[in-house]
Design a protein around this ligand. Structure first.
Ligand SMILES: Cc1cc2nc3c(=O)[nH]c(=O)nc-3n(C[C@H](O)[C@H](O)[C@H](O)COP(=O)(O)OP(=O)(O)OC[C@H]3O[C@@H](n4cnc5c(N)ncnc54)[C@H](O)[C@@H]3O)c2cc1C
Length: 259
């Protein structure tokens, strides 16, 4: 595998840092190529502005169009081009981050905002009355697989079906479906550690074992079976799921996962 690890934690000695280090050593030892984008260490600029698009920036700024023009003319900033190149190089992408306010840290969201530009990650393919682009199962990043490795402060019960925070699959849906599956990446079931603020050094051996096991079985792990946009499950152009495809009683985000 050619694995890109996108890592978002400010402290190298954090639990997240240890998980990232273990991923690098485990995958390297198993003969895989590994590259790391350590966003805090890189001092990643997390906000979009006109400077991102150089001569392609219009006034007033139009982020989708300007980012697409900059992508197509090769005038995106070198930091963004480097991350796009890493994504095209990789066949596997691991995102390592703590759950902050129910989602990824802002620096990682800012990586997505700047790297997943128009014409690269969205605005790809024919947009007409019969086709709404190549996305959700197709797109620039098709053929790649991604895994979220997330540490969570609260206990697992808080993220269960009836838990106060809502099911973890629902919280991760905007990332797994809205960001990763959108440009065509297949998404593997996440590796989630709960109750991490109470984790101690004694817990580390079990955590490490479970993480190594996931890392060494990445190639054979089945992705989440999200429904593909352009292969018959959705009405076009409304992009509503066709009636009756879902198992009885299913609703919400899970409608978009095949039975
Ligand atoms: C802004 C913010 C928002 C948050 N929002 C949420 C939220 O919405 N929902 C929620 O549930 N939680 C939330 N949290 C909690 C957060 O998810 C956890 O603090 C985080 O996941 C813990 O990961 P860490 O890498 O920062 O852990 P660290 O603080 O680095 O470590 C956690 C514990 O693991 C121990 N540890 C054991 N082994 C190791 C090892 N080998 N290496 C390093 N440490 C080890 C450490 O000693 C420490 O006690 C939030 C926290 C912040 C700061």
């Amino acid at each position: 595998m050619k694995t890109l690890i996108v890592y978002a934690h400010p402290e190298p000695k954090s639990l997240n840092g240890s998980l990232k280090d273990l991923a690098v050593s485990t995958l390297t030892k198993a003969g895989h190529e590994v590259r790391v984008s350590d966003l805090y260490a890189m001092r990643w600029k997390a906000t979009v502005d006109a400077a991102d698009y150089g001569p392609s920036a219009s006034s007033p700024l139009r982020v989708p169009k300007d980012s697409g023009r900059a992508f197509e003319t090769g005038t995106l900033t070198p930091d963004v081009r480097a991350e796009q190149e890493k994504l095209l190089w990789a066949d596997t992408i691991i995102f390592q981050f703590p759950l902050w306010w129910y989602t990824m840290p802002a620096i990682l969201k800012g990586w997505v905002d700047r790297v997943f530009t128009y014409r690269f990650a969205y605005g790809v393919g024919e947009h007409s009355a019969v086709k709404y682009g190549e996305r959700f199962g197709e797109g620039t990043l098709a053929g790649r697989r991604a895994l979220l490795s997330v540490t969570v402060g609260g206990p697992e019960s808080h993220y269960a079906e009836r838990g106060i925070n809502g099911p973890i699959d629902d919280l991760l849906f905007p990332i797994q479906h809205g960001i990763l599956y959108y440009p065509g990446i297949e998404v593997l079931p996440p590796f989630v550690l709960y109750g991490t603020d109470r984790t101690t050094g004694d817990d580390w051996p079990d955590i490490a074992k479970a993480w190594e096991q996931r890392l060494l079985t990445l190639e054979t792990t089945e992705p989440i079976p999200f429904r593909r946009q352009n292969f018959g499950d959705y009405e076009i152009p409304s992009l509503n799921l066709k009636e009756g495809l879902e198992p009885a009683g299913r609703s919400g985000f899970r409608l978009h996962v095949r039975a």
